[in-house]
Design a protein around this ligand. Sequence first.
Ligand code: HEM
Ligand SMILES: *[C@@H]1O[C@H](CO)[C@@H](O)[C@H](O)[C@H]1NC(C)=O
Ligand SMILES: *[C@@H]1O[C@H](CO)[C@@H](O)[C@H](O)[C@H]1NC(C)=O
Ligand SMILES: *[C@@H]1O[C@H](CO)[C@@H](O)[C@H](O)[C@H]1NC(C)=O
Ligand SMILES: *[C@@H]1O[C@H](CO)[C@@H](O)[C@H](O)[C@H]1NC(C)=O
Ligand SMILES: *[C@@H]1O[C@H](CO)[C@@H](O)[C@H](O)[C@H]1NC(C)=O
Length: 531
Amino acid sequence: MFFSSVATVTAMDIFLFLLVHIVARVFCYSSGSVEESCDDLKPHHSGWSPETSLAPFTVTTDRDTYTSGEEVTVYLRAVGSTPFIGFILQAREVGKPFTVGSFGLKTEAAQLLSCHQRLNTAVSHTSNINKTFIQVSWKSEGLAHTDPVHFQASFVQNYKKFWINVTSSMLKPLKTVNISRAGCSVSKVCFSEPANCDPTVSTDCFFMSAMMLSDSNTTIHYEMTGPSNGYISFGFSHDEIMGNDDIYICIISSESQVLLQRAFSTGRITPQAFPLGNVSDVRTSVQDSIISCSFTSTNTIYIQGSPRINEAYHIMFAHGPSTNGKIQYHAHRFVSAQKIDISRPQEVRKSGQPQIIKAHGALMLTAWMTMGTLGFIVARFLKGMTKEKKLCGKDLWFLKAHSVLGCLVMILSALQAIMAVLRCGPKHPQRFLFNWAHAINGVVIKSLAVTAIFTGLKEIDSSLNNWLMKVMGGFVGWDLLFYIFFEIQSKLSFSIGNLGSDMMAVALPISTYFLGNCTFLVTLLVGIGMS
Ligand code: HEM
Ligand SMILES: *[C@@H]1O[C@H](CO)[C@@H](O)[C@H](O)[C@H]1NC(C)=O
Ligand SMILES: *[C@@H]1O[C@H](CO)[C@@H](O)[C@H](O)[C@H]1NC(C)=O
Ligand SMILES: *[C@@H]1O[C@H](CO)[C@@H](O)[C@H](O)[C@H]1NC(C)=O
Ligand SMILES: *[C@@H]1O[C@H](CO)[C@@H](O)[C@H](O)[C@H]1NC(C)=O
Ligand SMILES: *[C@@H]1O[C@H](CO)[C@@H](O)[C@H](O)[C@H]1NC(C)=O
């Protein structure tokens, strides 16, 4: 069955068959003894030496660069009229002995082999019929894309004539990814931070674009770039909240090369890996810590509850560190203010005004902590001078925080101030009414304000362990401690009635209280700044 038109089975034919068979076996069949042939492409036990003359066969490719995801077509040709009956082909990084990437077939005259238990890492013939041309495809899957690659083949012309080391010219990894603003709002949707930054000009520009390729609604060319030592990523979402989002990630792999990954987030947790799907023309690069990726995808945006095309989605962008090729919690992220229809080229606006929110938070905290303390001191001194018994200081809190809470606190504070101004004299028989109302209102204001601050901080606190909130909790405890302390102390000093020692006894705890407040304040402000 392996023999061609030669009618009689001669010893030579058998040998020829064996050689071809052995070539096929020796070159990479999985049995242990032939493993080494995967490395030098040499039929070890044939007893014959390879030809040293120039091989009458060539290995060529359809391009001189390679990128991940893009197929390279490899041609094996007989240069003259002499055909070959057997061959084996591998791809290698130039100067390295291992096979890389994986092959695909376009012909029945060839078969895929596995070297070192890695599927489809070599190709060989399927029979010993004369061949002059073989075409196969190759992908650089799993490759680092740092080194040039070439294809190396051995050709068997007949039982004793074979050539090894027939190599193609080098294919360089395609590293240049040219991402610019060209076409923004005209042919592509662009989303960047800082707004409208140009990645070709600024090295601090996080930029992504999506461009519908002409005459197809479902083929989209994506680009993303930005400075990161870990990963950059963008995703599509129904809302502005992380969770149920279709995400593409460009991550620096352990070999310090950039890989494209796809993921699906189920919540504010590490997104799950997701098949890359129909993605082609992947180009990646990392230069001076700036990651760049571009690719073309025909995938529909995958979000649970909505597998429809031509829908509008919020675009998310996140970047952060990675370890061992896995993304970590983002250092920073931003979302589009509106749902975006990718088929309508536009400049996407970012959601929210985090800077303003941060400024608000910082100002409010500063006001709360310093004015609260200041008010306390003023109240203490007034009290020290007049010996007037009242719960003071509370009306000096300049508190307003979050919508309802903030407004309530404002109104109640105003009420508190008005009450204090209109209060009757200390000796008035109804004075106790004011004292009680003032005290209760004070406690209510304080509770509301603390709640408002907590809800506000929750918005700002972007840390995983919510340390801002914990610090704030610590401050509330600290505040309460001193409140109790001052109450007890004021009762004692009132009964003793010594102004001088009262002042001294108040100065030390107040400065301690003030210093403590400053420490909490600075910590919280740093936290807000970092968020
Ligand atoms: C290890 C991976 C990740 C973890 C543990 C994680 C965790 C979180 C957490 C805890 C939040 C809420 C706190 C905050 O605003 O920072 C959040 C928000 C966010 N994340 Fe992630 N994330 C991860 C990856 C990603 C990726 C790859 C994206 C890409 C699109 C992303 C997009 C967002 C966005 C846009 C927000 C803000 C919206 C929101 O508050 O939900 N995240 N993430
Ligand atoms: C294969 O080619 C060789 C050399 O051209 C020739 O001698 C041989 O007869 C051919 N075999 C077949 C089966 O065509
Ligand atoms: C084939 O190449 C290897 C190294 O690339 C070299 O050691 C060997 O001598 C070469 N063999 C022939 C026949 O050229
Ligand atoms: C990058 O793209 C822009 C616009 O598409 C083009 O003007 C520029 O020449 C390109 N640069 C390189 C290095 O290819
Ligand atoms: C693109 O979508 C529009 C409307 O959704 C449709 O009318 C048009 O035929 C689509 N074009 C292609 C090439 O699919
Ligand atoms: C990829 O494209 C093919 C045909 O173009 C389609 O049948 C298949 O469902 C697509 N796969 C994904 C994951 O979109």
